[in-house]
Design a protein around this ligand. Structure first.
Ligand code: C2O
Ligand code: CU
Length: 474
């Protein structure tokens, strides 16, 4: 049954504009769906990071303004490109129509400077998603925003919600992501001195992660666009249950997140429900999302996001009006000492879990690097959009990802949400999952969304340096 990948399949590719793509979209449409229209501009402008001004690229704000729709809604977004470079938007995590997936050179052409493009698609599954360009390393400039798909039937065991978007931030002027990428190409990886903030202990690397923290040296990390000294304050009151929608929009940073002294009930991973579990600390790789419910205590507390292995943190404050008793620097230092649980041990709820089945096709993805000129490879090759891993509609597809490097690779699959399996058990359903150094990860999905879909490392620099491949419906 399980054959290994490698051959290019021989069949005709089902391209983004094929009738099968339109048919899959019609199958997603539901009666009475609403249509939501949004106008977006990608611009160069100043943003305030909380006492630090940066001249950067964004969708106007940092994070960009959230888009919120309901399950089954038709979302129509017109993007105007006011940047000096071509751009695009990828709707991260959504099982949408292939021609709206936003990958230049694979599913659409680049949107040229001064040009525009209208995305229109059905948002089929409720959850916490986000969007960003799929053009070079632009994501690291600040082009990102949340996309929330509400579930009208979810009564929700919470009173209110707070979206928290995490990011790593370059120092702006003169040190653009493009320049950093060129530097990596020319000189390889810098020494692993990520610096540390005055007054902060260097954070120990946990055993779980093992490998190196990141390739790029960042002076700041941000929560909802602000540095730790000037956090966003969210007005709340004791006893209120808040659904935190955590989104890691960083290019090269894994975050551990905790609310000191307050357990977090994890309810969703990448938008899909998990059997609720109470944790003191959670881990988010780049591109990943977690929804957690917290009950506000009788004092002000921070939601702390520590950049793993970098000695930096960012925060959002849950303000009750009663002053916090401990400062957040001390709390962050404490949080570094907690053992991070194995996030793959989360379990999809029965309502969304894909059953354990023998796959119809297995593709191995061996992750390696960095090679010459900072190349990162899958199966020894850098990205080649014409050389896809073949899959067919109706198949159960298994991706067996093996990390043969010392860095972690949050691997993302476009257009599908995979079922993770750990030790023969059902794990969470996700669209992005960290493959730890020297470890293997099994991701199964139903091939039910025809087209050409990327799978890649969500370290934006690794992806740009080659760690991307195409899953090709034939
Ligand atoms: Cu969030 Cu291919 O990306
Ligand atoms: Cu990677």
């Amino acid at each position: 049954c399980a054959s290994s990948g490698g051959s290019s399949g021989g069949g005709t590719l089902i391209g983004p504009n094929s009738p099968k793509v339109a048919a899959a979209e019609r199958a997603r449409q539901i009666a009475g769906a609403r249509r939501t229209s949004v106008k977006l501009a990608a611009i160069q402008a100043e943003v305030d990071l909380g006492g630090i001004t940066a001249n950067t690229w964004s969708y106007g704000d940092l994070p960009g303004k959230e888009i919120r729709v309901r399950r089954g809604d038709l979302l129509n977004v017109e993007l105007r490109n006011q940047l000096p470079q071509p751009t695009s938007i990828h709707w991260h995590g959504l099982a949408l129509r292939n021609d709206m997936d936003g990958v230049p050179g694979l599913t659409q052409g680049e949107i040229v400077p001064g040009g525009s493009f209208t995305y229109e698609f059905t948002a089929p599954d409720p959850g916490t998603y986000w969007f960003h360009p799929h053009s070079g390393v632009q994501l690291d400039r600040g082009l990102y925003a949340p996309l929330i798909v509400e579930d009208p039937e979810d009564g929700g065991n919470y009173d209110t919600e707070l979206v928290v978007v995490l990011d790593d931030w370059l120092d702006g002027l003169g040190r653009t992501p493009d320049a950093v990428f060129d530097e990596l190409r020319a000189n390889g990886m810098p020494g692993m001195d990520h610096g540390s903030m005055p007054g902060m202990p260097a954070m120990p690397k946990s055993d779980l992660l093992g490998g190196d923290a990141g390739d790029v040296i960042y002076p700041h990390v941000l929560a909802n666009g602000k540095v730790w000294k000037a956090p966003q304050a969210f007005a709340t009151k004791p006893g209120q249950r808040i659904r935190l929608r955590l989104i890691n929009a960083a290019a090269d940073t894994v975050f551990r997140v905790g609310v000191p002294g307050v357990p977090m009930t994890v309810t969703h991973a990448d938008g899909f429900p998990v059997v609720p579990v109470e944790l003191d600390v959670v881990l988010l790789g780049m591109g990943e999302r977690l929804d957690c419910v917290v009950t506000v205590p009788d004092r002000t507390v921070p939601v702390l996001a520590l950049a793993e292995g970098r000695g930096l943190f960012a925060q959002v404050t849950l303000s009750t009006g009663v002053a916090a008793s401990t400062d957040s620097e001390a709390l962050a230092a404490e949080l570094t000492k907690l053992v991070v649980p194995e996030m793959n041990a989360l379990r999809a709820t029965d309502s969304v879990a894909l059953p354990l089945r023998e796959p119809d096709v297995t593709h191995d993805l061996v992750l390696e690097g960095p090679g010459d000129q900072y190349s990162w490879t899958i199966n020894g090759k850098v990205y080649d959009p014409t050389d896809g891993l073949p899959i067919r509609s109706g198949q159960v597809v298994r991706l067996r990802m093996r990390n043969k490097s010392q860095m972690f690779h949050p691997m993302h699959v476009h257009g599908h949400t995979f079922q993770m399996r750990a030790n023969g058990k059902i794990g969470p359903r996700r669209d992005t999952a960290i493959v730890l150094p020297n470890r293997e990860l099994i991701a199964d999905f139903d091939a039910n969304n025809p087209g050409q879909w990327l799978t890649h490392c969500h370290n934006v620099y690794h992806g740009e340096a080659g760690m991307m491949a195409v899953l090709s419906y034939v």
